[in-house]
Design a protein around this ligand. Structure first.
Ligand code: ADP
Ligand code: MG
Length: 448
C-alpha cells in the first residue's frame, strides 16, 4: 500500500469536513509515516499539533481514515525527533477553560488576516487550539511578547472565532478597563453599592471566556489585583477560559503577587517573537493586497520597509501608510524607492540607533545573565561570562554595526580578531539553534 497516496486521499477527504484554518494548521503539514499491524503513525511539526490531534481530532481522523483505507487503525502522532529517538515527549499540560459577554471584540482582527511565520507559528497554533476548545486545552492561556507583535490581534482572533463557532459568551477588556470598572464600584460605595458590585460580578463572571489585554498594568493596583484574583478563581473554578496578554513573561511581572503568577503558570505560557524578514515581507504584501488596490508597490520598496522595521509590526504597517499618504499628497502615481526613502526619512530616523549604544547593549546583556558589566569587560573565560560577552559583541557588531576595533576597546581593550571570532561563533550558534536565536533576539529587542 502506498502510504503517501493513501494519506493524500485522507487529507483530501478530511479537508471537506473541517474548517479551512483548522485544516491548514493541524493537517496540511502532516505525513503518514507508517502503517504497521493496526497502528498508523503520523508525523507532525509541533507539540501543540500533536496534543490537539490526539485530544480533539482523533475520532474523526480514525473514521475518515477507515473510509479511505478500508480498515481500522489506531493513530499515533509523533514529532520527527521522537521518531528518531523513540522517546515520547510528554506534552500533557494542564488544560482549562474561559468565558465571554458584551464582547468588545474588534472584527477586523481575525485568524484569516493573521499572517503566520516562524516567530509566531507556535502562538498562532496555540491560539487556534484554544479557540477551537475554549476551556479545555490550556487555561489560562498567557501570551507575551514585545509591543507590536500581534498579541492583541491574536486575542481578538480567538474571541471572534469562539463567538462565531461556539455558542459562548466572550468578554475582551484591556487591563485598564478592568481597573476602571473595579474602581467604579468602590467609588460609588455610599450610593447603591450593592448593585454596582453585582453588575461588576455579572460582567466579569457571567461569561465563558475572559480576555484581558496588557496585564502588566495590573502591577500598580493592589486592590484590583485582589479582585482580579477572585475573578480568576471564580472563572477557573467553573472551567471558563481565561486569556491574558502581557509585554513581559510572568516571571518578569515584578509587581504582581506571587499567587497570581502561580495561577498563570497553571496553564500555558507562549512567547511571540519579532518577525523575521520573510514574515515581514508577507505581512507587507498582505496589507497592500487588502487595503490599496490601485497603487503599485515595487519589490524594492517592500524590501526597504521590511529591512528597516525589524521589530514591530505596528511600525511596519505605519510605514506603508506613510508611503501611500505621501504618494497621494504629492500626487504621484508610481511609488518608487526614492519616494519611499523620502517619505520615511523622519519615520525611520527616530528609531535609528544613536551613537553610544554599546553601553546599553552591555547593560541589557549583563542584566539578562545576571553578571556585572565589568565581567563583560574582563578577561574571565568561564562560560557563564564568556558566552554573554560574545553575545554582546555579536549584537554590537550586527545590530549596531560598530567596528571591530571600537567593540574591542569597549570590551576592556580586546583585539579585533577576538571580537571577530566571538561574532562568528555566535552567528554559527544562531544558525544551528532556534532557542538560542530567540534568546539573542529577545536581547536585541530590548535595545531602545
Ligand atoms: P501587540 O498587542 O502585541 O502590541 P497588535 O496585536 O496590536 O500588537 O499588532 C499591531 C499591529 O500589527 C496590528 O495592526 C496587527 O493587526 C498587526 N499584526 C501583528 N501581527 C500580525 C500578523 N502576524 N499578521 C498580520 N498583522 C499583524
Ligand atoms: Mg496589544
Amino acid at each position: 500500500m502506498d502510504t503517501n497516496k493513501l494519506w493524500n486521499s485522507f487529507l483530501e477527504k478530511i479537508q471537506g469536513k473541517i474548517a479551512k484554518i483548522s485544516y491548514d494548521t493541524w493537517f496540511a503539514n502532516t505525513k503518514l509515516y507508517e502503517l504497521k499491524d493496526n497502528k498508523a503513525i503520523v508525523i507532525v511539526q509541533m507539540h501543540i499539533q500533536k496534543k490537539n490531534l490526539k485530544e480533539n481530532y482523533n475520532d474523526i481522523i480514525e473514521e475518515v481514515f477507515t473510509e479511505v483505507s478500508g480498515s481500522n487503525f489506531k493513530f499515533e502522532y509523533l514529532l520527527e525527533e521522537e521518531l528518531n529517538s523513540n522517546i515520547e515527549i510528554n506534552t500533557d499540560e494542564i488544560g482549562v477553560p474561559i468565558n465571554n459577554f458584551e464582547t468588545n471584540l474588534i472584527n477586523k482582527y481575525n485568524f484569516d488576516n493573521f499572517i503566520v511565520g516562524e516567530s509566531n507559528k507556535f502562538a498562532h497554533a496555540t491560539a487556534l487550539a484554544v479557540a477551537e476548545n475554549p476551556g479545555q486545552m490550556y487555561n489560562p492561556l498567557f501570551i507575551y511578547g514585545n509591543s507590536g507583535l500581534g498579541k492583541t490581534h491574536l486575542m481578538h482572533a480567538i474571541g471572534n472565532y469562539i463567538v462565531k463557532n461556539k455558542n459562548k459568551r466572550v468578554l475582551y477588556v484591556t487591563c485598564e478597563r478592568f481597573i476602571e470598572d473595579f474602581i467604579g464600584i468602590t467609588r460609588k460605595k455610599n450610593k447603591n453599592n450593592f448593585d454596582n458590585v453585582e453588575i461588576f460580578k455579572k460582567k466579569y463572571r457571567d461569561i465563558d471566556v475572559l480576555i484581558i489585554d496588557d496585564i502588566q498594568y495590573l502591577g500598580n493596583a493592589n486592590q484590583t489585583q485582589q479582585e482580579f484574583f477572585n475573578t480568576f478563581n471564580d472563572l477557573y473554578g467553573n472551567n471558563k477560559q481565561i486569556i491574558i496578554s502581557s509585554d513581559r513573561s510572568p516571571e518578569d511581572l515584578k509587581l504582581l503577587e506571587e499567587r497570581l503568577l502561580t495561577r498563570f503558570n497553571w496553564g500555558l505560557t507562549i512567547n511571540i517573537f519579532p518577525p523575521d524578514f520573510e514574515l515581514r515581507m508577507n505581512i507587507i504584501d498582505n496589507k497592500i493586497n487588502n487595503n490599496m488596490l490601485s497603487i503599485n508597490f515595487p519589490k524594492e520598496v517592500k524590501e526597504y520597509i521590511a529591512s528597516n522595521c525589524t521589530s514591530d509590526i505596528r511600525k511596519l504597517e505605519g510605514a506603508i501608510t506613510k508611503v501611500v499618504a505621501y504618494a497621494t499628497i504629492m500626487n504621484i502615481e508610481e511609488i518608487n524607492l526614492n519616494l519611499a526613502i523620502e517619505a520615511l526619512q523622519d519615520y525611520f530616523s527616530k528609531t535609528i540607533i544613536s551613537k553610544n549604544k554599546i553601553d546599553q547593549v552591555q547593560q541589557i546583556v549583563a542584566n539578562h545573565y545576571n553578571i556585572k558589566i565589568e565581567d563583560l569587560k574582563s578577561k574571565k573565560r568561564v562560560a557563564s561570562i564568556a558566552v554573554p560577552r560574545q553575545i554582546a559583541m555579536y549584537i554590537c557588531r550586527t545590530i549596531l554595526e560598530e567596528s571591530l576595533n571600537k567593540i574591542g576597546i569597549e570590551f576592556g581593550g580586546k583585539d579585533h580578531t577576538t571580537v571577530m571570532h566571538s561574532v562568528d561563533k555566535i552567528k554559527k550558534q544562531i544558525e544551528n539553534d532556534k532557542n538560542f536565536e530567540n534568546e539573542v533576539n529577545k536581547l536585541i529587542n530590548k535595545i531602545k
